[in-house]
Write a new protein. Structure first.
Length: 293
């Protein structure tokens, strides 16, 4: 059962992360892709250095940014550079201060607040993390990063009904929100999260219903097709799963086709033990919907 549970969870990483991205670094990159170039150029470690020398190089860069911020506390380039360096150093606690500043300076960019919530959650400050997630959802109800983070937090607190209620309410209001502001809620991604919660609670029929609804609503989206295929494979319904794997491969963008084929092959191997080391290298091996740094 552990192997089968891991297989099913992998699909949720493929299905959601492929288009959303819940890990810290992809989100970090998406926030800063247009304006981080100066900071990245300065904070990239010198190549060919030993690990200890790279550590010293990063620490020196951090001190440089700190000196700039002593003179210019609101210097956004220095704040972003300091944040990136501290993350590379694995200093999650040290990332909180620049994130708080960046969130305050950039209220129009909710991902800063999401990153701050992730940092607080990683540090064990669950109440503070929840407040940050709720702050994002108050102004951006369909923000998938905040939804996923809050769902993860609720599941950690063993509150699955609260997680289900949050996602059901989001789906209930999605049509109206998208009419008011097109693209506010990516419905299929929210459905995938809801199905994962159902699956984790062993409410398999409800999970399958959500997958079917998602497939019917968006016939060109490979994610729910792939998710359903893996669930069917886990249930021993090999022929039905095989057909869906083929459909998912056809629908998926080119960069995911090989990964889906590998998952299909692994799922069809009775004695295969799928683990982070044997999964395709570009698919993060995250066993549950929890943000990671």
């Amino acid at each position: 059962m552990n192997r089968d549970r891991w297989i099913i969870n992998v699909v949720l990483v493929v299905a959601v992360l492929a288009f959303v991205g819940f890990s810290m670094i992809p989100l970090f990159g998406s926030v800063f892709k247009d304006n981080l170039a100066p900071a990245v150029a300065k904070s990239t470690p010198t190549p060919n250095l030993s690990p200890s020398d790279q550590q010293g190089d990063l620490e020196a860069q951090a001190k440089g940014y700190e000196l700039v911020l002593q003179r210019e506390p609101d210097n956004r380039t220095a704040l972003r550079g300091l944040l990136e360096v501290r993350l590379k150093l694995g200093d999650i606690k040290g990332s909180v201060e620049p994130l708080e500043k960046l969130a305050a300076l950039n209220p129009e960019q909710p991902d800063y607040m999401v990153l701050l919530a992730q940092a607080k959650q990683q540090l064990g400050s669950r109440e503070a993390a929840a407040q940050s997630y709720h702050a994002v959802l108050a102004s951006h109800p369909g923000n998938i990063h905040a939804l996923q983070g809050l769902v993860s937090l609720l599941m950690q607190q063993k509150r699955p009904e609260a997680a289900i209620g949050l996602l059901q309410e989001t789906l209930k209001t999605a049509t109206q929100l998208n009419q008011t502001q097109p693209g506010s809620v990516e419905i299929t991604s929210v459905q995938m999260l809801l199905a994962q919660v159902y699956f984790n609670e062993q409410r398999y029929p409800e999970a399958m219903t959500i997958y079917d609804e998602a497939i019917k609503t968006n016939k060109q989206d490979f994610r729910p097709v792939l998710a359903k295929a893996l669930v069917l494979q886990q249930q021993g319904k090999t022929e039905q799963a095989k057909s869906l794997f083929t459909t998912a491969t056809t629908l998926a963008p080119a960069q995911y086709k090989d990964q889906i084929k590998q998952l299909a092959k692994a799922a069809a191997t009775p004695k295969a033990i799928i683990s982070p080391s044997t999964a395709p290298s570009s698919i993060p091996a995250v066993p549950s919907p929890s943000p990671s740094f």
